[in-house]
Design a binder for this molecule. Structure first.
Ligand SMILES: C[S@@+](CC[C@H](N)C(=O)[O-])C[C@H]1O[C@@H](n2cnc3c(N)ncnc32)[C@H](O)[C@@H]1O
Length: 220
């Protein structure tokens, strides 16, 4: 199904989603954005993510990001050398990602071009995906955060994302599905004080400034 094209507009060469008709509210996928590049350079800040996916133990990790969103976490992992496959279910978000990928491939930054070469993008619902064809060390899940009580606490792109997709309560199914395919581990990103994604308790937890990573190790 084609997304509602009236909400998508090219602004300054970037496909932009405008949920509230004002150009100020627009969001786009930006692998060259200052914040993301800063995050890539300031690796210490995101050590919790690299530790959570298992990068300390293995350098050439293959990560399946089942909930791509704006592709920021995936891009960060690719910048550290991971091969990352991104899956996105929402058709508008997918179009924004495709546009972000094509701009990144033409970027003047070597880091951006090299990172995007390690990333592949697919459209679809993770719960219907059959991952048997690939061998994924880590399956990464960052489903929608449950609506924050104070919207000021939610970043602009996440606020906009909430106009597109909401938490559909499929968290425990997502986790069970991911566990079937992960060779080493499943990593779930959660709000710092959000409940676990399902009743299952994680084996390890890593904490960031506003979120945490729950790690479920695969049993041999
Ligand atoms: C919180 S965002 C992910 C943000 C992402 N980690 C980033 O760094 O930009 C969650 C995304 O997962 C997608 N999603 C949720 N359930 C999904 C499913 N079953 N299959 C594929 N994508 C899904 C939503 O459409 C949304 O774009």
């Amino acid at each position: 199904m084609k997304p509602n094209a009236t909400l998508l507009k090219k602004i300054d060469g970037r496909l932009t989603y405008l949920p509230f008709e004002s150009e100020k509210s627009g969001v786009f996928v930006d692998f060259e954005g200052q914040k993301l590049m800063h995050r890539v350079r300031d690796r210490a800040k995101v050590q919790s993510l690299s530790k959570a996916v298992g990068l300390k133990k293995q350098k050439d990790l293959k990560v399946f990001d089942a909930t791509a969103g704006f592709g920021k976490d995936a891009f960060f992992l690719a910048s550290l050398g991971c091969e990352v496959r991104l899956l996105e279910r929402d058709p508008i978000m997918f179009e924004l990602l495709e546009d972000g990928f094509s701009r990144a491939r033409r970027s003047s930054s070597r880091t951006v071009v090299e990172s995007i070469e390690r990333m592949s993008l697919f459209e679809g619902d993770f719960l219907k995906a059959n991952l048997q064809n690939g061998v994924w060390d880590t399956v990464y899940l960052d489903p929608m955060f449950p609506k924050a009580r104070k919207s000021a606490l939610v970043k602009k792109d996440m606020q906009v994302l909430q106009t597109l997709v909401t938490d559909d309560g499929s968290g425990s199914q997502m986790l069970a599905h991911a566990k079937r395919f992960a060779r080493n581990r499943v990593v779930v990103k959660r709000g710092k004080s959000s409940p676990f994604l399902s009743e299952a308790e994680p084996d390890i937890q890593y904490f960031g400034s506003s979120h945490r990573f729950d790690v479920y190790l695969s049993r041999a």
